[in-house]
Write a protein that binds this ligand. Structure first.
Ligand SMILES: Nc1ncnc2c1ncn2[C@@H]1O[C@H](COP(=O)(O)OP(=O)(O)O)[C@@H](O)[C@H]1O
Ligand SMILES: [Mg+2]
Length: 429
């Protein structure tokens, strides 16, 4: 309220000041226009006065200048021509000439220019006297304030330069810190990749060792049992019927155990990869896990005539093996398709089923870790590849892996890996 009143008062003062300045300017303009003619006017009055004095012989009549001799020259104003009247004429002429000369050499602009500043200061003075406003009376203070502002601006500009330098230094420092951190992170990433590669390699080696031992120890023992029971059975006299039956039973159990063991060894160690190649090893997996469930399987492989790098074969075998197991365990599918395509220096792996699908985000963020899906992704990622999962409840599941065949996965001793998720689709890169 107080502020608005103050603002209103200031506005009125400023308005009346502007009006007064306007009338002052008009006055000063008129004065400048008439000022040039004043000396000329005064000169004319002087000339006319001298002429009038000469004409009326007032000076002649004063006893001091009395000159009785009348000179025989006609007087333009009438009356007698004396020495005094001639002197008055000459004086009037000189005064007239001097004034005309001054008027001719004093141009209005040269009159005005030196006075302009004086006028301005006069106007300022007039203003200060006339204006009631303390704000406008304080114009010199305003000028001083402006000067202080300029000085402050100058110093803040210097400050800005200083700050710019400081900030530049900080940015440089932070940048080098970030570069060092990035380098550290890159080295750690490299190290963790190597470690993961080593873990996977060790895992494969351990599986191979286990498979070998199962084959060599348990497998051999079961084979020995089967052979021995057959020998004993054959050596028994025909009347030992019940003994023969028991021996046959033992042999059947041992044969069944040997079959299961072979299946276990097959899953543990993809030796069949070396013997039959990736496509046939996967065919054996589908036969073993999917066909008994009545799931129709289509398996296609193209461009795999040349052997794939060992690491890639092992990783792809493990990834598809896990996908097949998942289809068998979780999908309730009736159809599945697996395709391996080698093209343009990369291997594309696609596994699809028409089963019940699942909520990927829920599975990945759920309390139970999805080790199978994570393992697939880790193996693919470790080979420098990309891994995608596309699924949603009721819409089946599609897994895609894209593995470069000219990658530097050899340097990490990798044998597969991967990771990834999303609402319906998950990609690792
Ligand atoms: N093909 C599939 N069809 C339906 N659900 C699947 C399929 N594959 C995976 N899942 C779901 O994802 C979960 C995680 O799978 P996974 O990581 O392989 O672990 P696990 O097989 O040990 O349960 C499964 O429990 C299942 O719910
Ligand atoms: Mg699984």
């Amino acid at each position: 309220m107080v502020n608005s009143r103050r603002r209103c008062g200031r506005w009125q003062i400023a308005r009346s000041a502007r009006m007064r300045i306007g009338s002052l300017e008009r006055l000063s303009h008129t004065w400048r226009r008439i000022r040039g003619w004043v000396p000329i006017g005064l000169g004319l009055i002087g000339v006319l006065s001298c002429a009038w004095l000469a004409h009326t012989n007032i000076i002649d009549n004063l006893s001091l200048f009395r000159s009785p001799e009348v000179i025989p020259i006609p007087n333009i104003f009438g009356g007698p021509t004396t020495l005094v009247s001639i002197g008055a004429y000459v004086l009037a002429g000189l005064v007239g000439w001097a004034l005309a000369h001054k008027a001719a050499h004093t141009s209005p602009s040269s009159q005005d220019a030196p006075d302009e500043r004086g006028n301005a200061s006069h106007v300022m003075q007039d203003l200060q006297e006339l204006l009631p406003s303390t704000e406008l009376r304080d114009l010199p203070h305003v000028a001083a304030y402006a000067e202080r502002m300029r000085a402050r601006l100058e110093s803040s500009r210097e400050d800005r330069h200083l700050w710019e330098e400081v900030i530049e230094e900080i940015v440089e420092e932070r940048t080098s810190e970030l570069v060092a951190l990035y380098e550290q992170l890159r080295r750690k990433d490299e190290l963790s990749k190597r470690l993961l590669g080593k873990v996977l390699t060790a895992q494969e080696q351990e599986r191979a060792r286990l498979a070998r031992e199962l084959h060599d120890e348990i497998g051999q023992a079961l084979t020995a049992i089967i052979m021995t029971t057959t020998v004993v059975e054959n050596s028994l006299p025909p009347e030992f019927v019940s003994g023969r039956e028991k021996l046959a039973n033992v042999r059947n159990i041992a044969s069944q155990a040997l079959n299961d063991l072979r299946g276990l060894i097959f899953d543990l160690r993809p030796e069949v990869l070396d013997d039959l190649g990736l496509a046939l090893a996967l065919r054996a997996q589908t036969k073993k896990h999917l066909e008994p469930l009545g799931i129709q399987v289509e398996l296609r492989a193209s461009g795999l005539r040349d052997n794939l790098p060992h690491e890639v074969e092992t990783a792809v075998f493990r990834v598809v093996q896990e996908a097949i197991t998942n289809i068998a365990r979780h999908s309730h599918a009736t159809q599945a398709s697996i395709s391996l395509t080698k093209q343009e220096g990369r291997l594309l792996v696609r596994v699809r089923d028409n089963g019940q699908g699942f909520d990927l985000a829920q599975v990945m963020n759920g309390p139970r870790q999805a080790w199978g899906l994570l393992g697939m992704e880790e193996r693919v990622t470790l080979l420098g590849g990309k891994f995608y999962i596309s699924t949603r409840p009721g819409a089946g599941t599609l897994l895609l892996a894209e593995i470069p065949l000219d990658g530097d996965w050899n340097s990490t001793s990798a044998r597969g890996g991967g990771q990834g998720h999303g609402q319906n689709t998950r990609a690792n890169r």
